[in-house]
Design a protein around this ligand. Structure first.
Ligand SMILES: [Zn+2]
Length: 407
């Protein structure tokens, strides 16, 4: 029997608004807090949680960037001759993405999405490593580097496995009292919300199944650890998309050429531009200024959001739509989907959730990167309690003292 297990369960897209009026996790993690998210998609939020840093610091932000010199996709240009009926099919794109990922030895999540083959050699993909592994950040370190450095035994989910398989794998590790820190990652709610939206009865049904899984996990853990410090949290929420915006059609009416005058990446909720002359800058700024569904995010605001990159690596002009608007077609998808995230962090559905069985959530924990501080503090504490055998009563008291967390 060990003393303490810090158990961090990451439920992707389980936003504050989604559980605000739902009893989710209340029976075993009654202390809840709304957290600010990070501007960007999961490609920005997950690395921020795992590193405690903001995008400008860890440089994991949006997936595709303009970088023709370093583009690993040059060989795919020949596919531009294939008919769109084939190349825009999801099934073809998924198959090709798997093949390209293996060829290029990418270790993180990879998808070619809907990037046109005509222009694919202009772009590089920024998540070549997995943020869920040590050495997984583009800059700096993450919690797994920290755990390895301090030789703290840990368990982390493998994103290549199903949610059930990752649960079974963690239960097995707990049965053997291996970890002094556990990180479980469940991404399926995100996928479900994207396809059915945040009002579907399928959402509470999925939350109930997560609760059953967590109960099962806790039941096993109680047989092997005197105390389980449980934290269930998310990275962002999900907004329903009620309006589509064909931004590409509007930009392509301008007397500009790509890639001579500008290059753009159309994400689902933002368009990021690299601009090569003053005339293009003027025409693009004027055109975007007249699109009522969104706005150009000023540099000062990007700076406050931790997403202003001095080298403009992710684009020099960022146009962001309002919550509920979806850019279609985009480089992320050809067709509309029901739900999306990646809006401004102050939009209603952007806020994330943290809930715990601990009495206090430190005041300084207000945004998702701060979950990192909790993880590090709890891992450190569990390591010292579990490796130093103590009288059970002393241990129990010692681990319940809440201590300050850096913000
Ligand atoms: Zn998502």
């Amino acid at each position: 029997m060990k003393s303490v297990l810090p158990l961090f369960i990451f439920v992707d897209a389980c936003g504050w608004e989604i559980v605000k009026n739902d009893p989710f996790a209340r029976s075993f993690a009654p202390n809840r807090k709304r957290l600010e998210s990070v501007f960007g998609y999961s490609s920005a939020c997950v690395p921020s949680i795992l590193s405690g840093a903001w995008p400008v610091e860890h440089r994991n932000w949006s997936y595709f960037v303009y970088d023709p010199v370093n583009s690993p996709f040059k060989s795919l240009r020949c596919l531009r001759w294939l008919p769109a009926a084939v190349t825009s099919r999801r099934i073809f794109r998924r198959w090709l993405s798997k093949f390209v990922k293996a060829q290029l030895s990418f270790r993180g999540y990879f998808d070619l999405y809907n990037v046109p083959f005509k222009h694919i050699s202009l772009y590089d993909f920024t998540e070549k490593k997995s943020p869920l592994q040590p050495h997984g950040m583009n800059e700096g370190t993450n919690v797994f580097d920290y755990l390895e450095q301090r030789r703290i035994p840990y368990h982390v989910s493998d994103p290549g496995l199903t949610e059930e398989a990752n649960l079974a794998s963690l239960i097995h590790a707990i049965d053997h009292e291996e970890p002094n820190f556990a990180f479980l990652y469940w991404p399926a709610l995100d996928g479900l919300l994207h396809s059915v939206g945040n009002q579907s009865p399928e959402i509470p049904a999925k939350l109930r199944s997560y609760e059953r899984w967590i109960e099962k996990l806790l039941h096993t853990a109680r047989g092997h650890y005197q105390e389980i410090k449980l934290y269930v949290f998310s990275d962002h929420g999900m907004a329903n998309c009620d309006e589509v915006l064909d931004l590409k059609a509007q930009i392509e009416t301008l007397p500009l050429r790509m890639p001579e005058d500008y290059v753009v990446v159309y994400d689902s909720t933002m368009a990021r531009f690299w601009i090569f002359n003053d005339r293009a800058r003027w025409l693009l700024t004027e055109c975007l200024g007249k699109v009522p569904q969104g706005r150009i995010v000023p540099d000062a605001e990007l700076g406050r959001l931790g997403a202003l990159f001095p080298d403009r690596y992710f684009g020099e002009l960022v146009f962001l739509v309002k919550e509920g608007v979806l850019i279609v077609p985009s480089h992320m998808g050809e067709r509309p989907i029901r739900g999306m995230h990646g809006y401004h962090p102050e939009e209603k559905q952007s806020y994330a959730l943290l809930c715990t069985n601990q009495e206090q959530i430190p005041e300084q924990v207000t945004a998702i990167p701060h979950v990192y501080n909790l993880m590090v503090k709890e891992a450190e504490n569990a390591q010292s309690c579990n490796e130093k055998p103590q009288a059970p009563s002393t241990t129990a008291r010692a681990v319940q003292v809440p201590s300050a967390v850096q913000s």
